[in-house]
Design a binder for this molecule. Structure first.
Ligand code: NDP
Length: 795
């Protein structure tokens, strides 16, 4: 092209990055990627390999080990052998290893970037300027967490061997997000990258080798779904961390149900990009480019649903189309391109199929003529307008460079459409009115909210979703809890809980057993209600004398309780100060009736009055603790390297179902419900059969304590039946279960459909009188979700 022509067209010339070093590295590896197990490169036991290609030109990159169960077994064994010693090295020693990894990544940054782009098809500008710097940042940041682990988390221990399965869209970055916190907290790792994109994971293993990371601390297994499945099913793996599709995430939830494996899932998304009428539209257009055409739209948190205020829609769409016309799609190693290749032919087919569905549903297509390269997996930047919020393309993840646009009129409608999704990963809000943006941000159900920016990430700010976008966070302090557990947890017994002490002269002497003829009711929406089916269950005292009846609640009562909880959503928005006051009031009223409740405990359990009184005292103290924490268990402000502040806000999970510990009686009820409501959740509570009558006594206290109706709902009845209904219910966001191992499995399995956050005891016995266990802060942590709101600054 002549200079004159360049001046006429204003076109960029090509600026190709050399792939020579990367090609040499591949040649040195003889274009063969093997497993890295116990500090050694190992060919697959089956000797089978599959091909990996560069999606930009379909040329072969390497043959990749096709790992199977035997390879995974070796890797887990190596991880197990190394784990205790790795933890025992101490935080400082681990910090030095993580620091060395970070340094090596920086030293080899260019090689990493080129390899990533060759392997995945993403533009070199993105791998060079975003992926790899973030990877290094992640290891530096977590070197720091390793350093301070002993002082910051003195009562925690690592989990053991962690299985990590990652996707192809950000191969090395996803590796860093998983490996860095796991190693920092003293775990060892078995990691499987996606079959399409193994190259940078292999180079990472080489770096681990070069810095002499102890053998078995990081193990790399290559392969496809078979290898992933073998990791998920391995009984000696303590935790699975997965990023990928919601379907596979759901499968993993079901497979691991009841096994006791800790699980974090980063799944799909359909994130809203909301543009208000006062937004700076030129910035918005650039924001959209970053939101949906970054990494060819293969980003779980891509702003793939554009919601524009109606009054500016036409103008914005017009600007956007003209910007789309200028986007350059091309070879990933050309520094002048805006978009590279889609990862694989299969993904290209998925995208095309989704477009066909959209067109059939009546959407209008706009694609500019971007001169797509002939060979390779390329797809143009695409805009679909005339899209209905309920249509398939507005609801399902496309995972390609496809933006669907819709309009809204009012702010409330914007929030409504944004939340009209089964996902909840991210959102982007554009307005020059910071008050408006900060009003909308907490109302959008998403783990990351970017104000006047998009797709920003940092190691200090946790990332993760709500709803079917999965659970758990990666990055930040919250992400560390995914890789450790309270030291007392592994010591819990799994013997049958000691429930009722059924005889004893002393007990009957010291307790009165006055027979009360009364039929308790359910407590739903702040009112006492009869069970829908009209049946009751008898309650007996310690001497097997029937003293009352409780309702035999059913599916319909659960439905009503959940509806009541939904109606009480204002509780989640009320101030922490107000919530604290109400909790103090509950404590005050309970204390006033302490002797009556103590008598009831005696009557039902045969305990001594002294013990029963101590239980009530502790219950009152626990309510005080929850009240105290209500306005102190606050979020944080992070200062990532970008010119932004990140507000890490602790939000209520939503509706939490609590199935009470059978052995824990009244204290168990208080210890579970109070932190949940202190953090703004609404609760549907199923009491243990032993303490059901106490629960129905307790609502008289709630009625006199100014607690809004629907915040606590109590449904008595058959625990297993009610548990099953709650686990399947779409409007239950969190599920805390104390019961049998079998019941725990059922809760985890059934909750996979909606990706509820579950917390179950696998049949283990908590000590409800133990301050170390119950007052450790674990309840508060389980009662909140962390949302990071990114606010840029600077004029
Ligand atoms: P998958 O969920 O299928 O794969 C993610 C990872 O899990 C890969 O390493 C994969 O192995 C592995 N895997 C696949 N099946 C199993 C299994 N049964 N048990 C254990 N591990 C398994 O995502 P895909 O890569 O196939 O992409 C499909 C869709 O998922 C995309 O179109 C997109 O919608 C979504 N996706 C979402 C991502 C996100 O970040 N949220 C990232 C990537 C994809 P392998 O690929 O090697 O076979």
């Amino acid at each position: 092209m002549t200079i004159k022509e360049i001046f006429t067209t204003m076109e960029y010339g090509k600026a190709p990055e050399s792939s020579a070093v990367a090609q040499q590295w591949l040649a040195d590896k003889q274009h063969t990627f093997d497993h890295y197990i116990n500090g050694q490169w190992q060919s697959p036991k089956t000797k089978k390999y599959f091909k990996s290609t560069n999606p930009a030109n379909l040329e072969n990159i390497a043959q990749v080990a096709d790992g199977e169960v035997d390879d995974v077994n070796s890797a887990v064994k190596a991880g197990e052998a190394a784990q205790q010693q790795w933890f025992n090295l101490g935080g400082h020693a681990r910090a030095k290893y993580l620091y060395a990894i970070a340094r090596q990544i920086q030293k080899h940054a260019r090689l990493f970037s080129v390899l990533e782009s060759l392997d995945n098809g993403k533009p070199i500008r993105e791998s060079r300027d975003i992926d790899i710097p973030l990877v290094a940042r992640h290891f530096y940041h977590h070197a720091g967490w390793a350093q301070v682990m002993e002082s910051e988390f003195p009562n925690f221990e690592p989990l053991g061997v962690v299985g990590q399965i990652i996707p192809w869209n950000f191969p090395l970055l996803m590796l860093a997000w998983k490996v860095a916190p796991a190693l920092a907290m003293g775990n060892t790792v078995v990691l499987k990258p996606a079959e399409f994109t193994c190259a940078t994971a292999v180079l990472f293993a080489q770096i681990c080798d070069e810095i002499q990371l102890p053998k078995g601390v990081f193990n790399l297994i290559l392969g496809d779904a078979k290898a992933g499945q073998a990791i998920v099913e391995h009984q000696d793996i303590a935790k699975i961390a997965f990023t990928g599709s919601t379907d596979v995430g759901r499968l993993i939830r079901k497979t691991t149900a009841g096994t006791g494996k800790k699980l974090s899932l980063e799944l799909g998304g359909k994130s809203a990009f909301i543009v208000f009428d006062d937004a700076d539209l030129d910035s918005v257009v650039e924001g959209i480019v970053d939101a949906i055409w970054f990494n060819q739209g293969q980003v779980c948190c891509a702003g793939s649903r554009l919601l524009v205020q109606e009054s500016i829609s036409e103008k914005l769409i017009c600007k956007l189309k003209s910007r789309m016309d200028k986007l350059i799609v091309g070879n990933s190693l050309d520094k002048c391109i805006d978009m590279g290749a889609v990862v694989d032919q299969s993904q290209l087919t998925t995208i095309k199929n989704m477009i066909d569905i959209g067109l059939t549903e009546g959407a209008t297509l706009y694609q500019s003529d971007n001169n797509l390269p002939k060979n390779g997996c390329f797809y143009p930047p695409t805009l679909l307008t005339n899209v209905e919020p309920a249509s398939t393309i507005a609801q399902q993840e496309i995972f390609g460079p496809v933006l669907v646009a819709m309009t809204f009129r009012t702010h409330d409608e914007a929030v409504q459409i944004a939340n009209n999704s089964r996902y909840g990963l991210a959102a982007s809000i554009w307005s020059e009115n910071i008050n408006l943006a900060l009003d909308v941000a907490p109302r959008v159900k998403a783990g990351a909210v970017w104000i006047n920016c998009t797709n920003m990430f940092d190691a200090a700010a946790g990332f993760g979703g709500y709803r079917e976008s999965g659970f758990g966070r990666e990055g930040g302090k919250e992400g560390l809890y995914e890789y450790m557990q309270e030291s007392w947890y592994s010591k819990l017994s799994i013997d049958k809980p000691k429930v009722v002490v059924s005889k004893g002269v002393e007990k009957t002497k010291s307790c009165s057993t006055n027979h009360i003829d009364r039929t308790a009711k359910l407590y739903i929406g702040g009112k006492q209600t009869r069970p829908d089916n009209g049946y009751s269950l008898p309650v007996y005292d310690i001497n097997a004398v029937q003293i009352a009846e409780i309702p035999d609640g059913s599916r319909k009562d659960i439905r009503n309780a959940v509806e009541a909880a939904n109606k009480a959503s204002a509780w989640s928005k009320t101030t922490a100060h107000n919530r604290a006051q109400i909790l103090y009031f509950i404590a005050e009223n309970l204390e006033a009736r302490a002797s009556e409740f103590a008598q009831r405990i005696c009557q039902l359990t045969g305990q001594t009055l002294a013990k029963a009184t101590a239980e009530i005292d502790l219950a009152v103290s626990r309510i005080f603790s929850s009240a105290a924490w209500a306005d102190k268990f606050d979020g944080q402000i992070h200062s990532p390297p970008q010119r932004v502040v990140t507000l890490a806000m602790k939000e209520a999970v939503g509706n939490i179902a609590i199935v009470a510990p059978e052995e824990a009686g009244f204290l168990g009820m208080i210890s579970t419900i109070m932190p949940a409501i202190a953090m703004g959740n609404r609760v549907i509570f199923i009491p243990s059969s032993q303490s059901a009558l106490l629960a129905t006594d307790f609502y008289q206290i709630l009625n006199t304590s100014d607690l809004p109706g629907g915040v606590i709902n109590i449904v008595t009845g058959n625990r297993d039946v009610l548990t099953d209904t709650l686990a399947k219910h779409y409007d239950i966001d969190g599920f805390w279960y104390w019961g049998t191992a079998e019941g725990s499995k059922q809760v985890e399995f059934e909750s996979a459909a909606t990706m509820k956050r579950t917390w179950v005891n696998y049949g283990k016995n908590f000590d409800w009188f133990s301050r170390e266990q119950i007052d450790s802060g674990i309840f508060l942590r389980k009662a909140v979700e962390i949302k990071n709101i990114w606010v840029p600054y600077g004029a």
